[in-house]
Design a protein around this ligand. Sequence first.
Ligand code: FES
Length: 125
Amino acid sequence: MALYSDKVMEHFINPRNVGVIEDADGIGEAGNAKCGDIMKMYLKIEDDIIKDVKFETFGCASAIASSSMATELIKGKPVSEAMMLTNKAVAEALDGLPAYKMHCSVLAEEAIQKALDDYNEKHKK
Ligand code: FES
């Protein structure tokens, strides 16, 4: 069996939503101290909907595929739904990750959570 699913390979080779949002409403960064990989998420939010999301990931194939899939899963969704995104959901949407690569999907969950925290902090009434 191949190490990575076709979906992981496809999102790694052709990642969606790569880049920076200059006037982002929320920015979150997550890193893994063991492997040294870093992921940064930028959110554009209007009327509580994720209008746009972009990422920069300096990391392995699984981290890049996880970032790409996570952005696809939250784009166009309400903030409340994006807050519930788990790394398991990201890995499942990628048709699975090898067990020792699950931590790569955790980076996506954490970076999005932090970006949403940043947004909530900035928009506290
Ligand atoms: Fe570190 Fe994948 S090996 S995020």
